[in-house]
Design a protein around this ligand. Structure first.
Ligand SMILES: CC[C@H](O)CC(=O)C(=O)O
Ligand code: MN
Length: 348
């Protein structure tokens, strides 16, 4: 069945949501979610470790289930919806990309830090050769000035990307900043522009609407905000809002609401909300996927996770440097002990 769509939504709960549940998805959960998304006619369903193909590791967190098994399960039940994978060059290899393509994946999203698009060339070219729809995904978009973002997006386009996403990984962008970024990309690029938001400052929906008003036609969301940090733009809410605006997504909003409520909500240990530490991600401009790492480090070193995240933001730590979170926590703990000893020596 062909759907009339003004824009194309990618549901990322089965990939971005992996961060929120420490990469513990089971085949059964993925099967149920992917089947429901297929029945609701969601065009793209992203499945992989939270950090993309090959992400399962001590550095990023070990997956409970091999992601290829999860991808295979999603492909087998998703009907006309297409399964997408995320790949971060340096973490995911061309070999894994080929394996995913063999399993029936139809879209590859090649993700780099916003200033490092040059490392995406080989993966973008391979994805095109494999016949996959190919997306460039510029993460931590708040960390670069607009001109730099445009330059990097143009580089991805020249490598063969058919869409370039502005990725607000930290949920730190404000609506006017999203607007100016989408506008600048639309002026310079010939390919589609996408937007991926995080809700740490409660702006994911506002930012997504700003992006759409400026002409972004590839949009991400996660049901029940099942994504890193405070999660992404809530897909079932977004689809309802777009329907009220007269923007066609081709998605059955009622079926999506049911999937969110009956299948996704039970996966979460607690409903996604903006907690004090997820708020700090947006406030300090920190990668949303760092949240659970910071919470664990806070527990180990008896610290406030906000202090760790603020320092991570100050030092501009980026994806791939997760080990720095523990280093920073250890340093803060040493400073705290040192300060307590000084206090003790001074005042007894
Ligand atoms: C670590 C990959 C990351 O989760 C990709 C993404 O969704 C983002 O940067 O927001
Ligand atoms: Mn994300």
């Amino acid at each position: 069945m062909s759907m009339e769509r003004d824009l194309f939504i990618t549901e990322v709960a089965l990939r971005d949501g992996s961060h929120a549940i420490a990469h513990q998805f089971t085949v059964e959960q993925v099967t149920r979610v992917a089947r429901a998304l297929g029945e609701a006619h969601v065009p793209y369903i992203e499945v992989s470790h939270g950090d993309g193909l090959g992400g399962s590791s001590l550095q990023y967190g070990l997956s409970r289930t091999n992601e290829m098994e999860l991808i295979e399960a999603a492909v087998s039940v998703s009907g006309e919806s297409k399964v997408a994978v995320l790949v971060l060059p340096g973490i995911g290899t061309v070999r894994e990309l080929k394996e995913a393509a063999k399993l029936g994946v139809k879209m590859a999203r090649i993700a780099t830090h916003v200033t490092e698009a040059d490392v995406s060339a080989q993966h973008i070219q391979t994805a095109r050769e494999l016949g996959l729809e190919t997306v460039g995904f510029l993460m931590m978009a708040h960390m670069a000035p607009v001109e730099k973002l445009v330059e990097q997006a143009a580089l991805m386009e020249s490598c063969g990307a058919e869409t370039v996403y502005i990725v607000d990984s930290a949920g730190a962008l404000l609506p006017h900043q999203v607007r100016e970024r989408v506008r600048a990309l639309r002026q310079r690029l010939r390919v589609h522009v996408g937007f991926h938001g995080h809700n740490n400052l409660s702006l994911a929906m506002a930012n997504t609407l700003a992006a759409i008003e400026e002409g972004a036609t590839r949009i991400d969301g996660s049901m029940r905000c099942l994504g890193a940090g405070a999660g992404n733009t809530q897909t079932e809410v977004l689809v309802a809002v777009l329907e009220k605006l007269g923007i066609k997504t081709g998605i059955d909003v009622y079926k999506l609401m049911d999937a969110a409520e009956e299948i996704v909500a039970p996966i979460l240990a607690a409903p996604q909300e903006i907690t004090r530490d997820s708020l700090v991600l947006g406030y300090a401009g920190v990668y949303s996927s760092f949240l659970l790492h910071a919470r664990r480090a806070a527990q180990t070193f008896s610290l406030d996770s906000r202090d760790i995240l603020m320092e991570v933001g100050r030092r501009k730590v980026v994806g791939g440097q997760e080990d720095m979170i523990v280093d920073i926590a250890a340093e803060l703990a040493r400073q705290k002990t040192g300060a307590a000893v000084n206090q003790e020596e001074r005042y007894g």
